[in-house]
Design a protein around this ligand. Structure first.
Ligand code: HXC
Length: 258
């Protein structure tokens, strides 16, 4: 892997997109590397949470690679979009929760990458936007869909039609990010949140993610039935028994097993 770096800190994975020559812009090669590393992560049972960030001080991901897209014909553009959407879907549906630690520009495909994560933490100087229409294209890695679902129809339309770049405070105000922290505290804040998630019963967390993601695409009656299924599955885990016994004995579970 050249443009994607994976490090592990206990049960937490930290995936860094690293293409300093282009502010970490996503080209074909980086997307293929991401695709591969996500398959490894999906099978790694030692990981409970994944953090995704960008290399350097300035940028999370400054979009899809414009120099690569410049000469694409519609078929190549289609394949590029399909690959990006496949990768971002893998992030969205990864069994474990994902946190985008947005350390700078999250524009176009970079904003779409952050949107594919479960939770977004931004540093104070981070910038967000979908500037594609200024380049004669639409968002193509899920932005028209995920931004709409996260910030609502009217705000998503405004951001996508104007291509306006917003700062972290505005992103927080509209619900695009969960939290803003000082730049130097970003990774620690992301790790702190990851550790808090990882301290809970991992199967319960995974099933909760699945219930939220799948249920969000269903009608409410089917969705609550799905919730009932995942809820009842928890009762086949040791963690459920251990945690409830511990509560009744007025102590905490030392470490979840599953
Ligand atoms: C290719 C990029 C790039 C990108 C930056 N670079 N963004 N290269 N693709 N998306 C390169 C620049 O060309 C430059 O290379 C180097 O990174 C540093 O960037 P500068 O522009 O010199 O930095 P700065 O002046 O600080 O401006 C930062 C910036 C600007 C505001 C983020 O780079 C910018 O506007 N970038 C493009 C953002 C964007 O429009 N993203 C959406 C792309 S479309 P050199 O060689 O000159 O040093 C998209 C579609 C997704 O994402 C869907 C696809 C299917």
């Amino acid at each position: 892997m050249e443009n994607v770096i994976l490090k592990k800190e206990g049960n937490i994975g930290v995936l860094t997109i690293s293409r300093p020559c282009a502010l970490n812009a996503l080209d074909f090669k980086t997307l293929v590397e991401l695709d591969k590393v996500l398959d490894e992560l999906e099978g790694d049972e030692s990981l409970y949470v994944l953090i995704i960030t960008g290399d350097g001080e300035k940028s999370f991901v400054a979009g899809a690679d414009i120099s690569q897209m410049k000469d694409m014909n519609p078929i190549q553009a289609r394949n590029f979009s399909i690959l990006g959407n496949k990768v971002f879907k893998k992030i969205e549906n990864l069994r474990i929760p994902t946190i985008a630690a947005v350390n700078g520009y999250a524009l176009g495909g970079g904003c779409e990458l952050a949107l594919a994560c479960d939770i977004r933490i931004a540093c104070e100087g981070a910038k967000f936007g979908q500037p594609e229409v200024g380049l004669g294209i639409t968002p193509g890695f899920g932005g028209t869909q995920r931004l709409t679902r996260i910030v609502g129809l009217a705000k998503a339309k405004e951001l996508i039609f104007t291509g306006e770049i917003i700062d972290a405070n505005e992103a927080l105000r509209i619900g695009l990010v969960n939290k803003i922290v000082k730049k130097e505290e970003l990774m620690e804040a992301a790790l702190k949140l990851a550790r808090k998630i990882a301290s809970n019963a991992p199967i319960a967390v995974m099933l909760a993610k699945s219930s939220i993601n799948k249920g969000y695409q269903m009608d409410i009656d089917t969705a609550v039935m799905y919730e009932t299924e995942v809820f009842s599955q928890c009762f086949s885990t040791e963690d459920q028994k251990d945690a409830m016994i511990a509560f009744l004995e007025k102590r905490k579970v030392e470490k979840f097993k599953n």
